[in-house]
Design a protein around this ligand. Structure first.
Ligand SMILES: [Zn+2]
Length: 256
C-alpha cells in the first residue's frame, strides 16, 4: 500500500515521497528544500524513515540538514560523491531494505550527469535524479558521452512497465526537442499534446513508463535510423556508434 507523492520544489524540481498509506512511514528522495517536506510531514502526520539522494547537486540535497535536524534518519548518498549529512554511502549492487515500507531498493550506478550519480529501483519504479528525464536526459556536467550513454542504456534493461520518476518537470521542453530530432515520430507529437494539457492544468507529467520513453525519448533511441540520420546531419558527418550519436544529440540539445 504505497503512495508516491510528487512534491514540487524550487523552480521545477520534484522531491519524491514514498509513503506507506497505512503506517504513514515515508522515505524522501532528493529533498531540494526542507520546508515543503516538513510542512507535509506535519500536516499529514507522516513518519520520515530515510532520505535517498541521487547526486550531489544543491537542488537535490539542500533539504537534508533541515530534515535531519528534526528527524534522526539515515541519509543514503552516492558513495563516490561528497554530500554533507550522508550516513550511508551506496553504489551499484547495494540493496536498501526498508521494512516500514515493505520495499527494497536496488542501487544502479548511472554516472554522466555527475561522476557518481545513482538511481534507486524498486518494484518497477525507478528514481533517476537528473540522469534520465521524461523525454530527455541530464546535461553531462562531470561525465563523458560514452559513460552517459552506458548509464542511459542501463535504464533500458529495466522492465518496460517500470515507471520513471525524475528530478525535474522538463517533459514539454524535452518533447519539443524530441520532435525536432524526429519530426515524423507521431508518438512524440501525441505525447507532447498530452504533456501540454497536463501542464496547463498544473499537473505533473512525471512519472512515465520506460515503454513510453523508448518510443519518444531521443536519448534512448540512438540506435534508431531516424535518430542516427538526424544526429549525422547535425554534426555534419556520418555517425554509426550509438555513443557518438548520443554525443551529437546531447550537443544539439545543449544548443537548442
Ligand atoms: Zn543535477
Amino acid at each position: 500500500m504505497i503512495e508516491i507523492i510528487p512534491l514540487p520544489a524550487l523552480k521545477d524540481n520534484y522531491i519524491w515521497l514514498l509513503k506507506n498509506k497505512i503506517s504513514r512511514h515515508v522515505v524522501i528522495i532528493d529533498p531540494s528544500e526542507a520546508e515543503p517536506v516538513l510542512d507535509l510531514v506535519k500536516s499529514d502526520n507522516l513518519i520520515p524513515i530515510a532520505i535517498m539522494i541521487t547526486h550531489h547537486h544543491w537542488d537535490h540535497v539542500g533539504g537534508i540538514p533541515g530534515i535531519t535536524e528534526q528527524f534522526n534518519i539515515p541519509v543514503y548518498t552516492p558513495k563516490t560523491e561528497t554530500v554533507a549529512g550522508s550516513t550511508h554511502p551506496v553504489g551499484e549492487g547495494d540493496v536498501i531494505a526498508l521494512p516500514e515500507l515493505e520495499l527494497s531498493f536496488k542501487i544502479l550506478d548511472v554516472p554522466g550527469h555527475t561522476s557518481g550519480a545513482v538511481a534507486y529501483y524498486t518494484e518497477e519504479r525507478v528514481f533517476s535524479g537528473d540522469t534520465l528525464f521524461t523525454a530527455g536526459c541530464g546535461r553531462m556536467f562531470e561525465g563523458t558521452p560514452p559513460q552517459m550513454h552506458a548509464s542511459l542504456s542501463k535504464f533500458k534493461t529495466l522492465p518496460d512497465k517500470t515507471l520513471l520518476y525524475c528530478g525535474h518537470e522538463y517533459t514539454v521542453a524535452n518533447l519539443k526537442f524530441a520532435a525536432s530530432v524526429e519530426p515524423d515520430n507521431k508518438a512524440i507529437q501525441e505525447r507532447l499534446q498530452l504533456a501540454e494539457e497536463a501542464r496547463s492544468l498544473n499537473q505533473p507529467t512525471v512519472p512515465a513508463t520506460l515503454a513510453e520513453e523508448k518510443i519518444t525519448n531521443p536519448f534512448l533511441r540512438c540506435d534508431k535510423p531516424a535518430v542516427i540520420s538526424a544526429a549525422s546531419n547535425f554534426s555534419g558527418k556520418s555517425l554509426q556508434e550509438p555513443a557518438e550519436v548520443f554525443a551529437a544529440v546531447r550537443q544539439w540539445k545543449d544548443n537548442f
